[in-house]
Design a protein around this ligand. Structure first.
Ligand code: ADP
Ligand code: ZN
Length: 776
């Protein structure tokens, strides 16, 4: 085959811009006016040039899905706009676009711009970036189909008792009897579940005129939320913030804001009013939240305010639902999208407002494939769409704070809680002095100190509720040898195993493998001591110490599905539970008015993590969880158990001193040249063979050193080094860290590095993580 026929091997040419384009080879004659720039839905870099055949001229608009020849087969492509003619236009023959797969483009212009940015910034193939943004229904090279809305079928009895003619049709008689027994109307699914074959039977009953089938359209992605009215009066601070946002929305254009509001200050109401205003201007809004299942109340508020104008986008949607939302948003029939990080790509029409709630939350960072930070992309998107963007938090990320200090974002502040409710009072329990009482369960030391237990009992006696927060799952965190001090680790991963009492097993939380509890130390056969703490263990201790309390636990082990999670939160809201023990899942933006006591079981657990953000993360978590206390009419209090009462994040959160904490932490970051004063990229390697992985790491290190820009650009390489967790699932992990004063200084090097990855043996997986979050 002529190499020209194969796009993968065609010429690579530099065109006018810096962007490198490839040409798709052969077949149709080229005139400068009929060239199209196309992203191909394959893992290949760059944009490709195709020819628009005569039949398609005038039928193409940017953002459309098309069919193009690629390599030896056909591929899904995305028309991005006209292409500049290649310098050798006459000599290179390009392939034609074969077909247009949809009438109106799937991707609106501001989204194309965002996806191009993401591909460039995060070093990921554009076609793959686009595919990851689209709903599954649009990622195949097929003509677009209209998605049907969710309908639920109901069987409705048209009679009140079974007529005589059914006597010789026992199946129909049974189905009708069921229907009548449940009140004459039931979902078809339910009847079919109760009586096998009922679908067929019911159809016969319909023919006889005894039953009717109703279809009811379920609003897109609706799950019951907690409805709430629109407050008549805003607090003065809310009012001021809303006024500024309204002015910004009225003026139009890109304007970024930080909404820094303490917990319970009514940030959500500010978002709602801003969305109302955008809607009044005929503009759409995009609202990003950390996790839908953890924010049913926020979703409920949006739903009760805007009804069917809201599409709720979360990871539990079925493919068809996803497509349905996409199309509704594209058509502009639904103008508000509320969703998790991937919703940053939702095709909201005529975007006027972008909101990122809890903007500091780590879940906005995607940790595989396209490793993007949705909060950052939200700002870029707003810029490209000319929209107002609001980043809201009680504990803004230091990145956002620094942008505010530099005058890039305007700050709106809510310093007080709604209705002048007081902030909770926070006090420390120094575990070095307040020893928990003698163990009841002999093998383990207890963890709940007397002041904590007394406060809990007192709160429950008043009919109020308690949240116990601990950032670790399981029962005892780890097993340690009493003699030699060796802890029991996973043989495949370089992490300690977690003991789960309910299963009587040790589990690795990285690879998920569970083992029976070992009897003796592998190294010296010494006896093993169960050390540390976990949510499951705390739950057991509460049950034992305060037997009258109704206790439940909320973590990844207990909340196994979104439904289960929603149900647990709802049950707590209905006050069927007195004490909720949990991980950061209990720390998020919940609003439970019955909670007057929040206990942090151990403030130290997240301090010791080898990550430069450990202190920030600790402060965020402690403040967020403390913010769950006293949101109703009764004031709240927070008790924090710790072995490190002197640690800065602990001391500062005690006095609600976010500004002081941020100030000091920013100074520390500046001295050590960490973000937000540097931009970073992590190059991560993972391979079965320890030697090979190490050797590739060194090879990449050498490559980077050779490719280093002039010293004046300030780019620095750290490593290669073994990653802090040096093995996961039996694969050895290495990393290289790049630091530079700006992303621009880093970008050319990253581009060269990405190109280099083609030469790396496939046994070693290398990923580039731009603006990395987790350092483990
Ligand atoms: P935040 O997100 O800042 O922690 P929320 O938005 O959850 O706070 O608001 C806290 C509570 O105050 C909620 O129950 C909310 O309905 C209520 N609230 C908000 N604004 C007002 C207002 N202007 N008047 C009365 N109640 C309000
Ligand atoms: Zn493991």
């Amino acid at each position: 085959m002529c190499p020209r026929m194969c796009p993968r091997r065609t010429l690579r040419l530099e065109t006018t811009g810096v962007r490198r384009r490839r040409y798709s080879g052969s077949l149709v004659a080229v005139s400068p006016s009929n060239l199209a720039s196309v992203a191909v839905g394959r893992p290949v870099r760059g944009e490709f040039t195709y020819v628009v055949p005569e039949g398609l001229t005038g039928r193409l608009s940017p953002g459309q899905r098309i069919l193009v020849p690629f390599g030896r087969s056909m591929s899904l492509g995305f028309f991005l706009g006209p292409a500049t003619p290649p310098p050798e236009a006459e000599s290179v023959k390009l392939k034609p676009i074969m077909k247009v797969l949809e009438d109106s483009p799937s991707l609106p212009p501001d989204l194309i711009a965002l996806l191009r940015f993401a591909a460039e910034h995060y070093r990921y193939p554009l076609g793959e970036v686009i595919k990851s943004a689209l709903p599954p229904g649009l990622t195949k090279a097929e003509v677009e189909k209209e998605a049907k809305p969710d309908v639920q079928e109901f069987a409705v009895a048209l009679v009140t008792e079974a007529p005589a003619i059914l006597r010789r049709a026992p199946a129909q008689s049974a189905a009708l009897a069921y229907l009548l027994a449940v009140g004459g109307r039931a979902p078809l699914e339910e009847v079919a579940h109760a009586i096998p074959g009922a679908r067929e039977t019911l159809r016969k009953l319909v023919e006889r005129g005894l039953v009717r089938i109703d279809e009811e359209v379920i609003a897109p992605g609706v799950k019951e939320g907690l409805a709430q009215g629109r407050p008549e009066q805003l607090t003065p601070e809310q009012d001021a913030a809303v006024k500024e946002l309204h002015t910004a929305i009225d003026t139009g254009g890109f304007q970024p804001f930080l909404l820094h509001g303490v917990t319970g200050s009514g940030k959500t109401e500010v978002y709602l009013r801003a969305v109302e205003r955008a809607l009044a201007h005929g503009k759409g809004s995009l609202v990003l939240v950390p996790e839908i299942a953890l924010t049913p109340q926020l979703v409920g508020r949006f739903r009760s305010r805007f009804g069917a104008e809201v599409a709720v986008l979360h990871s539990g949607l079925k493919d068809r639902e996803r497509l349905f939302h996409w199309q509704a948003l594209r058509k502009g029939t639904v103008r508000i999208a509320v969703g998790v990080r991937s919703a940053v790509f939702a095709p909201v029409e005529n975007l006027g407002l972008v909101v990122v709630d809890e903007e500091h939350d780590p879940s906005f960072k995607q940790e595989d494939k396209l490793r993007y930070q949705a909060r950052d992309l939200a700002v870029v998107r707003a810029k490209q769409a000319g929209a107002v963007v609001v980043l809201g938090s009680a504990t803004p990320s230091l990145e956002t704070l620094e942008n505010t200090r530099r005058g890039r974002y305007r700050k709106l502040e809510l310093k007080n809680r709604v209705d002048d409710r007081p902030m909770p009072t926070i006090s420390l329990v120094d575990l070095r002095q307040e020893r928990p009482r003698e163990p009841l369960v002999h093998e383990e030391a207890p963890i709940l100190s007397p002041p904590l237990l007394d406060a809990m009992a007192e709160t429950i006696a008043k009919g109020q509720q308690v949240i116990l927060f601990l950032n670790r799952r399981g029962h005892s965190t780890f097993l340690i040898c009493e003699v030699c001090g060796t802890s029991v680790k996973c043989s495949e991963c370089d992490v300690c195993l977690t003991y789960h009492r309910s299963q009587n097993r040790v589990v690795c939380h990285y690879c998920g493998v569970a083992h029976p509890v070992p009897e003796h130390c592998r190294e010296c056969t010494g006896p093993l001591l169960k050390m540390g703490i976990g949510t499951e263990r705390v739950e057991a201790e509460v049950a034992e110490r305060i037997p009258q309390a109704r206790v439940a636990r909320l973590d990844r082990d207990s909340a196994t599905s979104a439904e289960r999670l929603t149900e647990m939160l709802a049950s707590f809201a209905r006050r069927e539970i007195d004490v909720l023990v949990g991980t950061q899942m209990v720390a998020k933006g919940h609003d439970f008015p019955g909670v007057t006591l929040v206990c942090v079981v151990m403030a130290d657990t997240s301090l010791a993590i080898p990550d430069f953000r450990a202190a920030e993360r600790t402060f965020h978590l402690l403040t967020q969880v403390a913010g769950r206390a006293g949101r109703g009419k009764d004031p709240g209090r927070v008790l924090v158990q710790t072995y490190n009462p002197e640690a800065d994040p602990v001391k500062r959160m005690l006095v609600h001193d976010f500004d002081g904490f941020a100030q000091r932490e920013l100074e520390r970051r500046k001295v050590l040249a960490w973000p937000p004063y540097t931009r970073m990229a992590a190059v991560r390697l993972e391979g079965e063979s320890a030697e090979q992985t190490a050797s590739v790491a060194r090879q990449l290190g050498d490559f980077i050193t050779r490719q280093m820009p002039p010293a004046s650009w300030g780019v620095r390489l750290l490593g290669p080094a073994l990653a802090p967790i040096s093995r996961i699932r039996g694969r050895t992990r290495w990393q290289l860290l790049l630091k530079a004063p700006t992303h621009a200084a880093l970008a050319p090097l990253l581009a060269r590095l990405e190109a280099k990855l083609v030469d790396i043996p496939s046994a070693v997986r290398v990923t580039i993580d731009v603006d990395p979050a987790a350092m483990l």
